[in-house]
Design a protein around this ligand. Structure first.
Ligand SMILES: Cc1cc2nc3c(=O)[nH]c(=O)nc-3n(C[C@H](O)[C@H](O)[C@H](O)COP(=O)(O)OP(=O)(O)OC[C@H]3O[C@@H](n4cnc5c(N)ncnc54)[C@H](O)[C@@H]3O)c2cc1C
Length: 375
């Protein structure tokens, strides 16, 4: 059955950070939104995430920064430690949501997703799980979307927010592929050491590592492994291998090392980037978040860009008469910022692979400065 949904109706593909933020922002502008999420379960797995100042600012616009700060761990700066294990300076971060609120927060990924999902559903967004999109075609001012349960929707807008390997992108005929940056990133959940009240970064001779508190009781360890082959290790090898890599770092990392003991709490992922050249839309379909622009995780800005996309998309659609005009305005407002961040993250990955860690700091600073600019 072809169900006509009408003007100001949208189907979003993917209930990740981008899809849920866009759903909430659109619903608040009066759109009727349905999200098709391929994952049938709400029990999202995952480790921690850094919500930098710009992420908190974007979440604040959705009314969600305080909820994230209440369940996460607010911090005010980054403590750097050099290759010898000696302190190498504290970098205070700008407080973009006010002098009395933290500059940044660590949060468990499932907690952030729950906060975003509950907010979206409260605004009337319908999230359908175990469902994807199998075909998309433009019909005049509407877009016809076929879902994997065989039903059809004729809506004014289709948003592909289905991540770095986006199917929606392919269905819209927008071609790009993730690029492997020659690095594997590790994350492990550990009990929070009492001294970890901010983000700690440790420079190593070959790799970089760090610690981010995400609640009173928990933190996550991160490590970027340079020059590694893109491969999958057996689960049983993950914790011992991460301990071995951390063993190369002096100083406080030695205290963290024995905390990496629960195999299920360790993940290893390839560093992949995506940058969609040209327009991100075809007709009334558009891709946002990692589907359009995925920076390497070292810049900790992918989720921020995804949330900002949702806000700007809703704003531009509200300002323009037609969906197409709104989408053109959206893409032109977002293009340069996202391109610069992805390209800078690729440059950072290259410098890290060449073990030029000192040259990385100005680029990370440049990312923070660019992200702090108004959206
Ligand atoms: C190891 C690592 C650490 C990171 N750390 C940070 C950090 O500290 N701070 C930060 O800002 N960013 C970080 N990022 C980047 C951040 O995770 C991403 O940029 C962000 O999650 C992108 O959101 P998204 O919604 O576009 O995509 P995703 O989060 O990937 O969500 C996509 C959603 O779409 C669903 N989906 C996929 N395919 C389909 C389909 N065919 N049909 C329907 N649904 C589908 C998925 O199940 C998922 O729910 C990190 C990334 C990695 C890999």
């Amino acid at each position: 059955m072809d169900s006509y949904c009408g003007a100001r109706t949208a189907v979003i593909v993917g209930a990740g950070v981008a899809g849920l933020a866009a759903g909430t922002a659109l619903a608040r502008e009066g759109w009727q939104v349905e999200i098709a999420e391929v994952d049938a379960s709400t029990a999202m797995s995952g480790w921690g995430l850094c919500l930098t100042g710009p992420a908190l600012r974007a979440l604040d616009e959705l009314g969600l920064a305080d909820a994230c700060l209440a369940e996460g761990f607010g911090t005010s700066g980054i403590t750097h430690t050099d290759v010898e294990g000696e302190p190498a300076g504290e970098v205070p971060l700008p407080r973009l949501i006010g002098a009395r609120r933290p500059a940044m927060a660590g949060i468990a990924r499932p907690v952030l997703h729950r906060i975003l999902r509950v907010a979206a559903e409260r605004c009337g967004v319908v999230v359908r799980r175990g469902l994807t999109v199998t075909a998309v075609d433009q019909q005049g001012e509407l877009v016809r979307v076929r879902l994997s349960d065989g039903t059809l929707r004729r809506v004014a807008l289709m948003v592909g927010a289905d991540g770095i390997r986006s199917s929606a992108r392919r269905l819209l005929g927008l071609e790009t592929s993730p690029v492997y940056q020659g690095q594997m990133v590790w994350r492990a959940l550990v009990p929070r050491p009492s001294w970890a009240t901010g983000v700690h970064r440790f420079a190593g001779k070959a790799d970089t590592a760090g610690l981010v508190p995400i609640s009173d009781g928990q933190a996550y360890v991160f490590l970027t492994e340079n020059g590694a082959e893109q491969s999958v290790l057996p689960d049983a090898d993950l914790a011992p291998r991460l301990r071995q890599l951390l063993g190369a770092f002096p100083g406080r990392v030695e205290e963290i090392l024995p905390l990496v003991s629960v195999p299920e709490s360790v993940v290893r992922r390839p560093v992949l980037t995506v940058l969609l050249e040209g327009a991100w839309n075809r007709g009334n379909g558009v891709v946002i978040g990692d589907a359009a622009h995925a920076p390497a995780p070292q810049t900790a800005c992918g989720a921020t860009l995804a949330i900002e996309d949702g806000l700007v998309l809703a704003r531009e659609l509200g300002r323009h008469q037609s969906v197409r005009e709104g989408l053109h305005a959206f893409v032109s407002r977002r293009g340069q910022r996202c391109r610069t961040l992805v390209e800078t993250s690729v440059a950072i990955a290259g410098l890290e692979r060449a073990q030029r860690h000192r040259d990385v700091y100005p680029l990370v600073d440049a990312c923070h400065r660019l992200m702090a600019e108004p959206v």
